[in-house]
Design a protein around this ligand. Structure first.
Ligand SMILES: Cc1cc2nc3c(=O)[nH]c(=O)nc-3n(C[C@H](O)[C@H](O)[C@H](O)COP(=O)(O)OP(=O)(O)OC[C@H]3O[C@@H](n4cnc5c(N)ncnc54)[C@H](O)[C@@H]3O)c2cc1C
Length: 417
């Protein structure tokens, strides 16, 4: 079984490091942001109008090209804009709700999309008017994603692609308007070569979304059945057969977006445990104190490492460091939420609500300790399992020998399934 990939994607290109980038300074960006705020006072501007105008002014993601929500400026300068807008009480685009679009679809569209695709999709994606989901995993093709069997067959008369297959664990499919989708277009080629990447309209009548209930009781992800789904060739991303390379860009960005969220000091999962420790001295023991301190330090190290990773990204492209980050994030979330449940004793065994819900975001801190404990189990699976990420670190960072991959050169149709 071969691992979901990482490493720089050939053919992808990062933000435009041109003259425009060189001329954008923090002072210049601050001035632009102030001008923007004067023209669009948050108090008098509707949320969507404000966000659309922000995109059009190039202040959405400053490192994207002009006309596509950015200014071609260094990515690190985004903080200048965000800080000024936040201080002015401006609405944000709710990145947690649209995380797959922002963290995965957008960078892939930027790297491989045609001009038309970028113009069509990036603005509603960033504003949050169109939510995205990721149709990658299948029963039998998770860690070994390249083994996927969903078929896309080209219709000679129209050039459209007709897609049939099943996807699984699709977060947010129930609220998504668009999906990034990988499908097999040539079963006679080895598994990594016969794959093509598409943008799939989730409102197509051939798309059926069925909830999958999780250990937490809620159904945040889904099974998705694709039956005769018609995708126009204009919604193909990258060349026919280039899907694996395109998917690598998505997956590398996925790990960074899961593990590398921007947090304040003592933010995220450590926050409720530290608060509990301060508020409830009767729960404390020396041994728990030692563990809390260790985890607090680890959480701070992870937070600063994520910051460094983001700065590194500003200068280039995501690499295997994103896998290390995601690994630590999963381990820490599980250990911290475990400590919280333990600290609460019997009370920690209570669960807040088993009602089946269809949430449109994962809200770790908005629910109880039991929820955090159960939901964090998925952290070491989603976006690539910890075992796979360890393989990646072993091979790409430590330079250890690669796993044997005997099936790499066999035609997909001849693989044992
Ligand atoms: C909360 C959550 C949300 C998700 N959201 C999405 C989504 O939106 N879209 C999407 O496409 N997918 C999504 N996934 C799916 C996720 O990416 C897959 O579950 C994951 O890649 C693992 O694949 P699998 O479930 O098929 O497990 P398998 O690949 O069958 O793995 C089973 C076990 O074997 C281990 N293993 C497999 N191969 C190796 C190896 N070579 N070396 C060592 N150990 C190995 C794995 O680490 C794992 O422990 C989500 C999953 C979760 C839990």
């Amino acid at each position: 079984m071969s691992a979901r990939p990482t490493g720089p994607a050939a053919g992808s290109h990062g933000p435009d490091a041109t003259a425009a980038a060189a001329s954008a300074s923090p002072a210049e960006l601050r001035r632009r942001t102030e001008e923007f705020l004067a023209a669009h006072p948050p108090a008098d501007t509707g949320r969507t109008d404000f966000l659309r105008a922000r995109f059009d002014a190039g202040l959405a993601w400053v490192h994207y090209p002009e006309g596509l929500g950015g200014l071609g400026a260094p990515r690190a300068l985004q903080a200048v804009v965000d800080t000024a807008l936040e201080a002015a009480g401006a609405p944000d685009n709710d990145p947690r709700r649209i995380g797959i679009g922002l963290g995965m679809a957008a960078p892939t569209l930027l790297a491989y999309g045609t001009e038309e695709q970028k113009r069509r999709f990036l603005r509603p994606l960033w504003v949050g008017e169109e939510v995205w989901c990721q149709l990658f995993s299948e029963p039998g093709a998770g860690s070994d994603l390249a083994a996927l069997g969903t078929r896309a067959v080209r219709e000679e008369a129209t050039g459209d692609w007709i897609v049939d297959g099943q996807k699984v664990w699709t977060s947010s499919a129930h609220v998504a308007r668009w999906a990034i989708l990988v499908a097999r277009t040539d079963p006679a080629l080895p598994k990594h070569q016969g794959i093509t990447y598409f943008l799939c309209d989730m409102t197509d009548p051939g798309v059926e979304v069925r909830p999958l209930r999780q250990i937490t009781g809620e159904a945040e992800f889904n099974e998705v059945f694709l039956t005769g789904v018609r995708i126009p060739d204009a919604h193909r991303l990258g060349a026919v057969g280039q899907g694996w390379e395109v998917a690598r860009t998505t997956l590398m960005n996925e790990r960074v977006s899961i593990g590398g969220m921007r947090l304040p000091r003592e933010g995220g999962m450590i926050a409720p445990v530290a608060a509990l420790w301060r508020e409830r001295p009767e729960l404390r023991t020396h041994a728990l104190h030692e563990r809390l301190l260790e985890l607090w330090v680890d959480a701070e190290v992870a937070r600063l490492t994520a910051e460094r990773l983001r700065q590194q990204l500003a200068a280039g492209r995501p690499g295997p460091e994103g896998s290390g980050m995601k690994l630590s994030f999963a381990r820490l979330n599980q250990e911290i939420s475990g400590l919280e449940v333990e600290l609460r004793g019997e009370e920690g065994l209570l669960y807040d609500d088993w009602t089946m819900r269809r949430p449109d975001l994962v809200d770790f801190t908005g629910r109880g300790a039991g929820y955090r404990y159960l939901r964090s189990k998925g952290n070491s699976i989603e976006g690539g399992t910890s075992e796979i990420l360890l393989n990646i670190v072993a091979e790409r960072v430590l330079g250890l020998p690669a796993e044997p991959r005997d099936d790499k050169d066999l035609p997909w149709k001849d693989l044992a399934r």
